[in-house]
Design a protein around this ligand. Structure first.
Ligand code: NAP
Length: 323
């Protein structure tokens, strides 16, 4: 089978490209002129140059594909417009190009995010039939991406996944926690609960979604547990074998930190994790979801618990000298 992966130069996309090759698929990847190909260099994949923001560049890569996995996205930006031009408009461009050039496709899988739904409440983790209420531009742009995909659900077979925070080898975002904790300190802005998923489990869910017969369904995916901020800090500290001191950081000063982070990023022209948009999310304590629908419809069973996943990730960071 032929599969196109967008976002394959990134964290999750590179793991997906590898997994699809292992399953014997012919894999193509959409890459930009500026993309760093480090994770793809040793893989037997076909490269198509293009950019989701430019619909004219998407015609060739979608032709003849059995599956399109749309993972390309902007997860951090100092200017909100970038979220919308890639996550919303870019998704609309890609699915429009599939409809025009490859209407016989077997499945279009869109990797959205829990952020597109918004924060939840630990005691009653949200389900997919509830109304989304994203709080960040990132989340709003991913929700617009979902809407763009669903507009084609009667013409093309589409499935949307909304992963919680994803972690694992090659990740540079959740890595911030590993890096900070490795120095023996961690800002602590109070209790909260988070769903997490190890990257290999997410890849399994993505591949299961591609095999689903139905069209137009949306699924939360995580490892099925909810972790308190303290548990996460403790697991990372244990994996890194460090003692960590929590530095109390009242939530009300977080927006100022986000503002400053955004300003510094802009000055250096580099998008950073610490920005006002990310802080809008952190201001909400609980980012959790219920994955019963994915378990039922997709037969998705997470296999990696947080202890193992964090240990493997920490080992990878050490072996690759990121820590
Ligand atoms: N990481 C998480 O915790 C998480 C959680 C939920 C959902 N997601 C979603 O999962 C997807 C992948 O995330 P990730 O963590 O793997 O991010 P990542 O490592 O930053 O990778 C992003 C990928 O998107 C590509 N991309 C960005 N703008 C593009 C454009 N205009 N045209 C074509 N490609 C473009 C990047 O290509 P370049 O190499 O050229 O920059 C890169 O390959 C995203 O859609 C994200 O919203 C991630």
């Amino acid at each position: 089978m032929k599969a196109l992966v967008t976002g394959a130069t990134g964290f999750i996309g590179s793991h997906l490209a590898e997994a699809l090759l292992r399953k014997g698929h012919e894999v193509s990847c959409l890459v930009r002129k500026t993309s760093k190909l480090a994770w793809l260099d040793s893989l037997d994949v076909r490269l198509f140059e293009g950019d989701c923001s430019d619909i004219n560049s998407l015609q060739k890569c979608v032709q003849g594909q059995d599956y399109v996995f749309h993972l390309a996205g902007v997860t951090k930006a100092y200017a909100a417009g970038l979220y919308y031009s890639v996550n919303a408009k870019g998704t609309e461009n890609l699915i429009a190009s599939v409809a025009e050039n490859n209407s016989g496709i077997r499945k279009f899988v869109y990797l959205s995010s829990l952020s597109a739904f918004g924060p939840g409440v630990k005691d009653r983790p949200p389900r997919e039939d509830e109304k989304p209420h994203p709080v960040s531009d990132y989340g709003k742009s991913k929700l617009q991406g979902e809407h763009a995909v669903l507009r084609y659900a009667d013409r093309l077979p589409v499935t949307i996944l909304r992963p919680s925070i994803v972690y694992g080898p090659r990740d540079r975002e959740f890595f911030w926690f590993f890096k900070t904790i490795s120095r023996g300190i961690m800002p602590y802005w109070g209790e909260g609960h988070t769903s997490l998923i190890y990257v290999d489990d997410l890849i399994r869910a993505v591949i299961l979604a591609a095999g689903e017969d139905a069209s137009g369904r949306t699924y939360f995916v995580s490892d099925g547990e909810m972790y308190s901020n303290n548990e996460i800090i403790n697991e990372i500290a244990a994996a890194l074998e460090v003692r960590v001191r929590r530095v109390r950081t009242p939530r009300f000063i977080l927006p100022a930190i986000g503002f400053l982070g955004g300003r510094i990023s802009k000055m250096f022209g580099k998008n950073s994790m610490i920005n006002a948009d990310k802080i809008k999310e952190i201001m909400h304590p609980d980012w959790v979801c219920d994955i019963e629908k994915a378990k039922g419809d997709l037969c998705f069973q997470p296999r990696v618990d947080v202890k193992k996943g964090i240990k493997w990730t920490a080992d990878w960071y050490r072996i690759h000298r990121w820590l």
